[in-house]
Design a protein around this ligand. Structure first.
Ligand SMILES: *[C@@H]1O[C@H](CO)[C@@H](O)[C@H](O)[C@H]1NC(C)=O
Ligand SMILES: *[C@@H]1O[C@H](CO)[C@@H](O)[C@H](O)[C@H]1NC(C)=O
Ligand SMILES: *[C@@H]1O[C@H](CO)[C@@H](O)[C@H](O)[C@H]1NC(C)=O
Ligand SMILES: *[C@@H]1O[C@H](CO)[C@@H](O)[C@H](O)[C@H]1NC(C)=O
Ligand SMILES: *[C@@H]1O[C@H](CO)[C@@H](O)[C@H](O)[C@H]1NC(C)=O
Ligand SMILES: *[C@@H]1O[C@H](CO)[C@@H](O)[C@H](O)[C@H]1NC(C)=O
Ligand SMILES: *[C@@H]1O[C@H](CO)[C@@H](O)[C@H](O)[C@H]1NC(C)=O
Ligand SMILES: *[C@@H]1O[C@H](CO)[C@@H](O)[C@H](O)[C@H]1NC(C)=O
Length: 288
């Protein structure tokens, strides 16, 4: 039992840790056919983005001691165009990428590139060649697909795929929507949350029963961090609120009633206007 669970966990981790893989054919073909071969059986001709990838690719391909070597996925259409990788139009070329005196456009229309995989000092270097020449295709297979990351972008390297999650989502596959701490309705009030849930981007509206005053913000939004945009508001009876504000709790009942009654009348008129001012009154002041 324990072993099978460990095994399942282990294989999942191994899978998610793998990035793209390199492949080749023992047959030789022109560059166009090589690309066709790669897109048919894998993803495309290899795209190289840095020296480390170049070295890794060379280490995985069988060595040849003479031409033909391998086609890679960089090409141009005319002499003046810049060299461009297939797939995403990237134009990366390292300082060490070309072999000595290359690209030389020796045959005047050398618009495709081979990579030397040999034991010589050219090992891992590139050479421009005529696209009609026959060489082995060097392909890659991407592990990222549309379903790899539920709410985010899949990013892969040679040994690793990672989901870059959109704000408000977490998990290896960004499968979890961030949840904010559950809010309950305030005593003497109502709570209404958009979509009926309290997850990232939900907005919850607070309202008090008639005769009660909302202290705090009437709307809270769940942020990507899993925090509400502010503290939970409370509903206080007008009497309680006014008593606290007037600070007359300790005075005689009469004094208090007089004071409160006067304030109450004034307040009723201004209730709408004052609501926002009171939002900044800390609730602790009014609980007495
Ligand atoms: C690459 O560039 C070509 C021509 O400019 C364009 O048609 C194509 O959509 C681009 N591809 C990507 C993935 O950006
Ligand atoms: C182009 O694609 C390669 C391989 O998929 C990737 O590593 C690289 O980051 C991409 N480059 C750009 C500029 O998008
Ligand atoms: C140019 O191509 C010719 C064959 O057409 C070949 O003999 C020669 O070695 C090539 N030169 C270079 C610098 O690759
Ligand atoms: C590649 O080979 C195919 C089939 O023989 C041919 O139709 C195509 O023109 C060739 N392409 C190049 C660039 O030589
Ligand atoms: C997409 O990739 C995941 C791994 O990231 C894999 O488990 C799944 O089978 C792939 N789906 C398709 C349709 O290729
Ligand atoms: C996988 O790639 C991500 C980003 O590309 C990086 O942050 C992470 O450390 C890598 N993990 C491993 C095991 O290489
Ligand atoms: C939250 O509500 C929205 C809108 O109704 C819905 O699309 C989403 O699936 C809900 N999220 C969760 C985690 O229930
Ligand atoms: C969150 O809400 C904003 C504004 O309502 C909207 O533009 C955005 O797309 C939402 N994000 C998600 C992930 O639902």
């Amino acid at each position: 039992m324990t072993w099978s669970i460990l095994f399942i966990l282990g294989s999942l981790l191994t899978d998610s840790a793998l990035g793209w893989t390199y492949h080749y054919s023992n047959n030789t073909m022109n560059w166009t056919q090589a690309r066709q071969y790669c897109t048919t059986y894998y993803t495309d001709l290899v795209v190289i983005q840095n020296q480390r990838e170049n070295d890794y690719l060379v280490s995985t391909l069988p060595e040849k001691n003479k031409s033909p070597y391998y086609w890679i996925g960089i090409t141009k259409k005319t002499r003046t165009e810049t060299w461009t990788w297939v797939g995403n139009n990237s134009t990366w070329i390292g300082n060490q990428s070309w072999a000595e005196n290359e690209p030389n456009n020796n045959h005047s229309t050398e618009f495709c590139v081979e990579i030397y995989v040999n034991k010589g000092r050219n090992r891992g270097k590139w050479n421009d060649e005529k696209c009609s020449f026959s060489k082995h295709p060097a392909c890659y297979k991407a592990q990222c697909n549309e379903t790899s990351c539920v709410r985010g972008k899949c990013q892969e390297t040679i040994e690793n795929t990672t989901c870059l999650c959109d704000p408000g989502s977490t998990g290896d596959r960004c499968e979890t929507v961030v949840e904010c701490p559950t809010l309950s309705h305030p005593d003497n009030g109502y709570l209404l949350c958009s979509g009926g849930n309290q997850t990232f981007n939900s907005t919850c509206l607070f309202e008090c029963h008639i005769g009660f005053l909302l202290i705090g913000s009437s709307a809270l939004t769940c942020a990507a961090t899993g925090d509400w945009s502010g503290p939970r508001p409370t509903c206080t009876s007008y009497k309680q609120a006014l008593m606290a504000l007037a600070g007359c709790g300790a005075f005689s009942t009469l004094c208090c009633i007089c004071l409160c009654w006067a304030k109450h009348r004034k307040r009723n008129k201004l209730a709408q206007v004052r609501q926002s001012e009171e939002a900044i009154t800390p609730p602790s002041e009014v609980q007495g």
